[in-house]
Design a binder for this molecule. Structure first.
Ligand code: ATP
Ligand code: MG
Length: 313
């Protein structure tokens, strides 16, 4: 009882919290892909040092922009500002020309969806993890799953959409969890889709299929901002924003940046090498599993398909 009371008290504090964000009265009633601008955005966490300095870029409606940069350079911080999880210390983020702080409560969420770097799944069914209480039909859920390249594995689950995924989705692989999280964003038909390294654990071929589907308008016409590591993904974007140490140090199409920015070229080459090493390791593992299957050890063979378990270091 005492433990339950303490727990209840904590939950109540969260539920009763008013939050510190203030809202305006702009209504998010536009349709079609959203336009996005970051203007002189500066941001620091509570410890005081600035993580983003004077970050500025525009994304035209319907375009796909890749955000690329070394670890710790501020990519996740930047994308959390774009969907107003946090506000800049100075500068502004504009959605369709409107400062995101001027929208009504819920306005930004109605237009923009973030697929975070760490997908969080609830101990609930696949369906409820995708809808999160939004009133959508199973057809819409299935369309989102199709764009997220998740139809096949969801259909193979014992109860399909009604399968319980377990605490934090432990019954699924990393890549499967990421695809459920993507479907959760897509079912909301965002006009701005922001993916923070959201397909890192997905097989590269599947990732390419997801991006191709997004480009063709699966999940509705959308502007896409994607934090990306794979060259193939980056090359699919119309433009790259290269961030180092919280500053945009280069911008432009991938093909241009590899010639104009030495830092960018070094980073992308390093990603490429890491990906090749991983693929080789995976091929060895698959061969071993196939061997194991031939000698009658079926449990290992099952793992061979699940290349998407792999999470890059
Ligand atoms: N909640 C936080 N509180 C304090 N500092 C933070 C917080 N989140 C991130 N940082 C710091 O801000 C900087 C940028 O972090 P961020 O997560 O945005 O980088 P990133 O580019 O997304 O890195 P990665 O490629 O590893 O995901 C880092 O120095 C990090 O330590
Ligand atoms: Mg990050």
């Amino acid at each position: 009882m005492p433990r339950a009371i303490v727990g209840y008290d904590r939950v109540r504090h969260v539920l009763d919290a008013e939050g510190e964000s203030s809202y305006g009265d702009a209504v998010a009633d536009k349709t079609g892909p959203a336009g996005l601008q970051a203007r002189a955005v500066r941001f620091g966490y509570l410890d005081g040092t600035d993580v983003l300095h004077d970050v500025a870029f525009d994304v035209e409606p319907g375009r796909t922009v890749a955000v690329v940069g070394p670890t710790g350079s501020g990519k996740s911080t930047l994308v959390s500002l774009l969907v107003r999880l946090v506000d800049p210390a100075s500068g502004a983020v504009l959605l369709d020309g409107v400062d995101v702080r001027d929208f009504r409560h819920g306005g930004v969420a109605a237009s923009a969806a973030l697929v975070p770097q760490q997908a969080f799944l609830f101990d609930d069914t696949v369906r409820d993890n995708i809808t999160l209480g939004l009133d959508v039909s199973d057809d819409e859920v299935r369309a989102a799953l199709a764009t997220a390249q998740a139809t096949e594995f969801v259909d193979r689950l014992p109860l399909g959409l009604d399968t319980q995924v377990g605490e934090r989705g432990t019954s699924l692989s990393g890549g499967q969890r990421q695809r459920i999280a993507l479907a959760r964003a897509l079912v909301r038909r965002p006009r701005l889709l922001v993916m923070d390294d959201a397909t890192s654990a997905v097989d590269p071929r599947v990732e390419a299929a997801i991006l191709a589907g997004l480009r063709d308008g699966g999940g509705g016409p959308s502007t896409v901002v994607v934090v990306a590591y794979r060259k193939a993904t980056i090359a699919l974007a119309d433009e790259v924003v290269f961030i180092e140490d919280g500053r945009v140090t280069a911008r432009g199409p991938h093909a241009d940046l590899v010639t104009t920015s030495a830092g960018y070229r070094r980073l992308v080459d390093a990603y490429e090498r890491a990906a090749r090493d991983r693929e080789q390791a995976e091929a060895v593992r698959a061969a071993e599993a196939a061997d194991a299957a031939r000698t009658g050890n079926a449990a290992d063979a099952d793992d061979a398909d699940d290349a998407d378990e792999e999470v890059p270091a």
